[in-house]
Design a protein around this ligand. Structure first.
Ligand SMILES: Nc1nc2c(ncn2[C@@H]2O[C@H](COP(=O)(O)OP(=O)(O)OP(=O)(O)O)[C@@H](O)[C@H]2O)c(=O)[nH]1
Ligand SMILES: [Mg+2]
Length: 331
């Protein structure tokens, strides 16, 4: 799962790349038959070391970033929100360009040094190589910094498994989402960072026979009318659409959550219209309290009332989704 999160190495700045390459080069010493031969071979060794090391490093950076695959639309969307696909593509293209340029310079100056008739010419060519090499590396400094920032953001994406069926829990704050996730999850839910939530999303797992489903609690995401979100927040929220196989929407008829029933129903409509293709299970929560119950199935995450029925309903919907997905496979 998302191996690229671990694979991206720390991206060095231009200065760090140069320091490292030059430090390596400074240790190169090759002895030849005579003084001229020694100087020539040593400089050839330096240019080779600098060029090889930098080209390899840059290409490793480029390869370590994830290719945006269609099937991982969830991450693809989030990466677009946080980093920007086009910007990332551009930065990586610049690193590739630089790697190629380094390799060209290496080839060109190795030839120059080899053909140099005397020590002075060897020194002159080597110096010229150092200069041109530095300026090429310095040109991609902004791209290197961009990639380093992108790397940090990628590492902090939520660790969700895009390959298992997912239940997303929605509703206003305090309606009982976390309590429900905790009750139906087999293990203690883990908190994963998510853009634009202060608390991160909470991921639990629901075991049913040999199947496991993912249950995601979304504090700060689906608890406000989506129309009031800015475009970037909305995109991050809508990324959930690629993940959610079913949305469980909690309504708190006791209104002890601090939101009126009317406001909660307005949010429900908002979520419904923004996730039109995802089946929604609507329930009244806090069944153990007094309240303005809406006639939807009741649950109490506190006492457990209605929770088994809810889980059965969730499984039913997920099963129907699987059948539906199978039908859609090309034959
Ligand atoms: N009486 C009663 N209280 C409940 C029930 N479910 C949750 N609560 C209480 O309601 C409060 C909010 O519950 P949470 O599960 O934290 O609500 P939430 O929707 O996760 O809230 P946010 O994380 O802020 O969005 C807590 O004090 C819970 O103890 C329930 O079924 N019955
Ligand atoms: Mg919560």
């Amino acid at each position: 799962m998302q191996d690229w999160k671990r694979q991206i190495p720390t991206i060095m700045t231009a200065q760090e790349l140069l320091d490292r390459a030059f430090a390596r080069a400074s240790r190169v010493e090759v002895s030849g038959a005579a003084a001229f031969d020694t100087v020539k071979k040593t400089n050839i060794g330096k240019i080779t070391a600098i060029g090889d090391m930098t080209t390899t490093t840059l290409l490793k950076y480029v390869r370590s970033f994830p290719r945006m695959e269609k099937e991982d639309e969830f991450y693809s969307q989030l990466i677009d929100v946080l980093i920007g696909h086009e910007k990332l593509k551009k930065a990586l293209a610049n690193l590739s360009w630089c790697a190629e340029k380094c390799s060209d310079l290496q080839r060109k100056y190795l030839l120059k040094v080899r053909r140099a008739p005397n020590i002075d010419e060897v020194a002159k060519a080597t110096k010229e190589f150092y200069g041109r090499f530095s300026s090429v590396i310095n040109r991609i400094d902004p791209d290197l910094m961009f990639c380093q920032k992108a790397r940090d953001q990628l590492r902090h994406l939520p660790a969700v498994d895009t390959a298992v069926q997912t239940v997303v829990i929605a509703g206003y704050p305090n309606v009982g989402k976390s309590q429900l996730v905790e009750r139906i999850s087999s293990a203690k839910p883990a908190v994963a960072p998510y853009p634009f939530t202060t608390k991160g999303v909470i991921i639990g797992h629901l075991k049913s026979g040999w199947r496991t489903y993912q249950v995601i609690d979304t504090p700060g995401l689906l608890d406000r009318e989506l129309e009031k979100r800015n475009a970037i927040e909305l995109q991050a929220i809508l990324a959930l659409r690629y993940l959610a196989d079913v949305i469980v929407f909690l309504i708190d008829p006791s209104e002890t959550c601090g939101y009126t029933l009317e406001r909660q129903l307005a949010l429900l409509e908002s979520v419904k219209s923004n996730f039109p293709d995802i089946p929604m299970i609507e329930v009244d929560s806090k069944a153990d309290l007094e309240g303005r119950f809406t006639g939807r199935p009741r649950i109490s995450a506190l006492t457990g009332e209605g929770v088994d029925d809810l889980v059965a309903r969730i499984e039913e919907v997920l099963k129907a989704q699987r059948v539906n997905d199978l039908d859609k496979l090309p034959t």
